[in-house]
Design a protein around this ligand. Sequence first.
Ligand code: ADP
Ligand code: GLC
Length: 497
Amino acid sequence: MFFVHLSKLKILMVASEAAPFAKAGGLGDVVSSLADSLAALGHDVRVLLPLYFLIPQDLKQGFHPLPGVISVHLGQEHWARLWEFVPANGPRYYFIEYDHFFFRDRLYDGPYGGFEDNPQRFAFLCRAAIDLPEFLQWIPDIYHVHDWMAALVPVYLETVARRGPLAHTGSVLTIHNLQHQGYAHQSIIDYAGLPWGLWQSDKLEACGGVNFLKGGIYFANKLTTVSPTYAEEIRTPAFGCGLEDIFRFRGGDLVGILNGIDENLWNPATDPTLPANYDRNNLEKKSLCKMNFCQQRFGDAKSDNRPLFVAISRLYAQKGLDVLADILPWVVETMSVRFAILGCGEWLLEEHLASIAHRSPDRIWFYRGYDETLAHQMTAAADFFVMPSRFEPCGLTQLYSMRYGTLPIVHATGGLKDSVVSRAHGVERATGFVFNDLTHQALYSAIGWACATYYDHPSEILTMRQNGMCRDFSWKQSSRRYLECYHWAMEKKMGFP
Ligand code: ADP
Ligand code: GLC
């Protein structure tokens, strides 16, 4: 099928996030940077997103309304407007306007947890994705859908849309985080306009309700996760979040592809948010970033040579920062180090971090919130980047760190294991420090290991920084693997084995 691999594909991505329009975490970064990289290879890539109220106004000014209204064939017909954004080069974006669902100042949750109508909101997005091609008179070869919010697309494709214009369109479902599966009351079947025959334990049914992701996993032609190790982990009860049996059942169609990063946005040589730009040949300029940051945040009058450890994260159990918070007072008492943490999420963890930072203002600085500029500046300023995740499907911040000459200290799980080469494997290749068990003691030892290397073997630290900065974290390899997957999915859809 060599000729197929040379052909240009029509790819429709469906997701609930894409940076810079709407982003809650790495999903948004991945959707837009993967779409960019596929478009750069010459494919016709289009992305469907909701028109959220929170999309920045300056970006919305570049959107254009498409003439007419699209009919979205849920249980009852809904009518909506579509907006288009066409960048000079790159993928085309479509935004579906339906204020009842998307005119809110948060993506998924309010002060009392997830929005109750999230299943209806994202069933609407999925059905709109199915109705879009006819409206545009543009039939995709492949739907690439992301996480539970887009997981009903393959369900529609293989059932109510099985015949007609999409009969030959394949589907790939990428799982970025299995912890969120989209669980709904069974009445969503009527709302979504799906046949009740799907409400079975080997299709959509789970615990008396409907599980969107489970349906997507059953019906997508191919499945991917965002790192090879996570693709293995989710076949086990410890990481499978109750779906491990289905992954074993669909194991032959499941592939792990490591995320890439947007190397233009995350480039220390050109990053406009930094006080000094640098590359691997002039790392002394990185020290200027550190000095500047420490002066601003710790109020140092002169430069300070203590190592700076940084964490930037959503503050949820997945990320393991509660373990870091538990040992932090002990770490700063016994080691000559500084910590800067940027994050928001669970209120109790935010409070805990705020209180320990308050007690050691010259050693620990905590910014409670979400701030992209600060994220870039901290990544550049840091010597070490701490990621004690309990599980991590891929993780992008360790990739950003390595690109910025900052050494990640990571728990050996998922994409962290796949992307960081531990100092334990020899300094020639090492890009960071990896520890195996997520315990207080192990994290404390890993921080101590990094700290001792910093003081006793500065030349090793320099080599490791340069190793990380030489690594290729672009989408070059991974986007080609996605293309392979699209072809497999299309072949499967056409009935090839
Ligand atoms: P996840 O998607 O699980 O949160 P990733 O490492 O894949 O983890 O991606 C996290 C993304 O969100 C990165 O782009 C990171 O810089 C960003 N991020 C997380 N928390 C914050 C924050 N408080 N402020 C700014 N950016 C943040
Ligand atoms: C999820 C995962 C994270 C991954 C990101 C992008 O949010 O938690 O590990 O990097 O998606 O794929």
